[in-house]
Design a protein around this ligand. Structure first.
Ligand code: HEC
Ligand code: HEC
Length: 447
């Protein structure tokens, strides 16, 4: 009789134990299934998708018909010198590299850029930028040379103006000689006195209006050529293979040891990236961008209005005097189809250009206003896919677990690698001399 309660007690314990064992088993089965799914070999379709992201698949740089010196190495060297030259600014302190810092993959670590004043948006990386048909988050420029002219005259950035830049190129003997080696003879302009008294004017348009139109034309030509050599430099800023590319290389060539190159979590993140998380829908190809414009439902930082993005600049693109069809472009009209047939439509409200994902380590904060400090924040945003304040968020809620989001983040970090070309292109060239065998040295030494 005494045993009864004991029996009842142990039965209860047994029941609890078996329930616990069952729960553990279910958990184990689930875990095992997940592990098996994560470790499963790539399907044919997955493998093809993974290989489409390989840097090896990057096509040659598209021509820029609008810029006759786009692929001239001497132009690239001159552009490099100018990219780092702080004399190209109102206060003598700002160069392109102030915001596009080579050691930060050509970004600046700020939510929105700052130089003479405050810019409206986040500074993007310039690595691989020459592949993009459109420049800026909203794509309001259709070539790199035309883009380069904008920060130079933006009061918040370089704060200068074309007359001052033309004067600098005219007065600096090295620049003038290098310029002459690339373009037709220097287009002398006679307006030096009137310009010299106004070189630091923030509002330079009155001085400009007073110039003879022939001088305006000459100065604008020098200014545009400054943009063209800057483009030649930027075309040298290419990504180099990352750990991800080493993995795909091993995978594509059936080399043993591929599995040692990426961890299990990184591979699981890659599988999610090309599958369930639908990131490849927009971040595709070897640069992880379709170069298209999408609304991803980002909130503006508190206190600022939502950014209309692409839809606000379509008009401006067609009227820009420095566009592909304009008089300063070296392209023929039939080489400007990108501009002529650009996509329009209501879906572009609040849309921004898909950025490359090859430069994420150390380039935070992310997004067009630097709204997000970490990749974890970016991934939580995609997981929720909130309603857009303006337009329509094209991304769908994902319903992924925290662990899965961490795996995607781990994968994204395998894409980072320094820009190709080493120090050769990543810092200011020192000294006035260029390639020893260049035409320039002859000119300088009077031979
Ligand atoms: C004050 C900081 C600052 C300076 C100086 C600056 N930039 Fe930028 N750059 C930015 C910001 C911010 C953006 C993005 C602006 C936007 O999208 O509206 C940008 C965008 C660009 C882009 C487009 C990148 C892309 O992915 O669309 C290029 C190319 C570029 N800059 C080159 C240059 C060059 C060349 C110079 C020097 C002549 C220069 N920048 C000077 C901050 C700066
Ligand atoms: C509908 C197209 C689309 C999809 C799907 C998409 N993205 Fe994006 N992504 C964009 C656009 C556009 C931006 C720029 C948004 C902005 O700043 O307004 C962006 C920005 C980013 C950034 C910030 C990069 C930077 O340098 O600031 C990261 C990181 C990113 N996406 C990762 C992902 C991941 C991971 C996924 C999948 C979970 C994903 N994206 C899905 C279009 C997309």
């Amino acid at each position: 009789m005494k045993l009864m309660p004991q029996h009842a007690g142990s039965a209860k314990v047994l029941r609890i134990l078996s329930l616990a064992a069952l729960a553990a088993l279910v958990y184990l089965a689930f875990w095992w299934q997940q592990q098996a799914a994560e470790a499963a070999p790539w399907t044919v379709i997955e493998k093809a998708l993974v290989e489409s992201l390989w840097l090896e698949e990057l096509p040659p740089l598209p021509n820029d018909a609008g810029n006759a010196v786009a692929d001239n190495l001497q132009a690239a060297r001159l552009g490099q010198r100018l990219f780092f030259d702080t004399r190209l600014s109102r206060n003598g302190e700002v160069s392109c590299a102030t915001c596009h810092q080579p050691e930060r993959r050509f970004t600046d670590g700020l939510p929105t850029a700052r130089a003479i004043g405050e810019s409206k948006r986040n500074t993007p990386s310039l690595v691989g930028v020459a592949y993009s048909p459109w420049l800026y988050w909203d794509g309001r420029k259709d070539s790199l040379w035309s883009q380069a002219l904008a920060p130079l005259e933006d009061p918040a950035e370089h704060g200068g103006h074309r007359m001052r830049f033309a004067m600098l190129l005219q007065e600096d003997p090295v620049y003038r000689t290098e310029y002459n080696a690339l373009f037709d003879q220097w287009p002398e302009f006679d307006a030096e006195d009137s310009i010299a008294t106004n070189v630091t004017a923030v509002d330079w348009s009155a001085t400009w209006q007073n110039l003879a139109s022939a001088d305006q034309q000459r100065i604008a030509t020098i200014f545009v050529n400054l943009g063209k050599v800057l483009e030649a430099y930027e075309r040298q800023l290419m990504p180099s293979p990352s750990r991800f590319d080493a993995y795909v290389s091993a995978l594509a060539n059936d080399e043993p040891g591929a599995e040692d190159i990426l961890s299990k979590d990184e591979r699981a993140g890659l599988r999610l990236f090309i599958g369930e998380a639908r990131c490849v829908q927009c971040h595709n190809g070897p640069l992880f961008t379709n170069n298209e414009f999408h609304n991803t439902g980002l909130l503006p930082p508190s206190g600022s209005l939502p950014d209309e993005g692409r839809s606000a600049v379509l008009e401006q693109l067609t009227t820009d005097v420095f566009n592909c069809l304009g008089e300063f472009s070296d392209a023929k009209a039939d080489q400007c189809s990108e501009l002529v047939y650009m996509r329009k439509g209501p879906e572009l409200l609040g849309a921004m250009r898909t950025p490359s994902l090859r430069n994420l380590a150390g380039t935070e904060p992310y997004m067009h206003k630097g709204q997000m400090q970490t990749l974890a924040e970016v991934l939580r945003h995609y997981n929720r896919a909130p309603m857009a304040l303006i337009g329509h968020n094209e991304a769908q809620p994902l319903g992924l677990s925290n662990r899965q989001l961490q795996q995607i983040e781990a994968f994204l970090l395998t894409l980072d690698a320094p820009a190709a070309g080493g120090d050769n292109w990543l810092s200011s060239p020192s000294g006035p001399e260029i390639e020893p065998d260049s035409k320039l040295i002859h000119t300088l030494s009077g031979n």
